[in-house]
Design a binder for this molecule. Structure first.
Ligand code: MG
Ligand code: MG
Length: 258
């Protein structure tokens, strides 16, 4: 069953989403060489708690922090650490979630640390554009896999434009969100259109493509969390929580002025 939210409940989710959006904006302004991912995590937790919200990642199946900080070949679920100090040329993905009044927001961004290669900037841009394409396909009356197809099509189009074949990370994808962070349905980041549940106003879905400069295969590290690319290639991850409404998709985790 896919949870259907009333307009008022979506507005409550928007409030949670704004906490996440503002936290990620704060982290973006602090992401630079010399800063550890543990410091970013502390800033995130403070920002979330100052807003009267709860960091949803902290304690989630035992995860020890308020953000996932995934650097370079790390794709998702990187554990913030004092010893992971950002260096010029790193590419970091920061994933953040918050609960406000029982409602969840979940969003991720990828940022360059100082100057990175053109290929890495394009990788991040292709991932962001694929997310936006997915968001645009989150419309009432469509099918869930229309979103998957839109993401994959944009990834292929961006790859053609950039002259590379991006890896679409296997085994991970988006998800329903609302009274829990991870709810039905699972949303693959590729696939044929016209399949899966029909999209209805009141559904909320986290749309989150993960792309690499190489393989689509990943390995989980011995810490039980960190997911890295199997070939060591760099990865990018963008995510927004999106509500389906009769007026079209509503990006719950965007800043007001986005
Ligand atoms: Mg996330
Ligand atoms: Mg998510």
């Amino acid at each position: 069953m896919i949870e259907i939210k009333s307009r008022g409940q979506l507005e409550a989710m928007r409030a949670a989403g704004l906490v996440v959006a503002r936290t990620l904006a704060l982290l973006a302004s602090h992401t630079k060489a010399g800063v550890s991912t543990a410091e970013l995590d502390e800033l995130a937790e403070q920002s979330i708690r100052d807003a009267g919200a709860i960091p949803s990642f902290k304690g989630y199946h035992g995860f020890p922090a308020s953000i996932c900080a995934s650097v370079n070949e790390q794709v998702v679920h990187g554990i913030p650490s004092r010893t992971q100090v950002l260096a010029e040329g790193d590419l970091i993905s920061i994933d953040c979630g918050a609960i406000l009044d029982g409602w969840h927001g979940d969003s991720a961004i990828t940022l360059p640390v100082g100057s990175v290669t053109d290929a890495e900037l394009k990788l991040s841009e292709a991932t962001r554009v694929s997310m936006v394409a997915g968001i645009e396909a989150a419309v009432a009356g469509g099918r869930l896999s229309d979103i998957s197809f839109a993401i994959e099509s944009a990834t292929v189009r961006m790859g053609d434009e950039h002259g590379v074949e991006y890896g679409i990370v296997e085994g991970y994808g988006g998800h329903g969100i609302g009274t829990k962070m991870h709810m039905d349905p699972f949303l693959p980041n590729h696939g044929k259109p016209g399949k899966g549940p029909r999209l209805k106003a009141g559904m909320a879905i986290a749309i989150e493509p993960m792309l690499t400069l190489g393989t689509e295969r990943t390995v989980e590290l011995d810490d039980g969390w960190t997911v890295i690319t199997a070939d060591g290639s760099r990865a990018a991850h963008w995510e927004h929580s999106v509500a389906i409404t009769d007026d079209g998709p509503w990006v719950l985790t965007a800043l007001d002025d986005d």
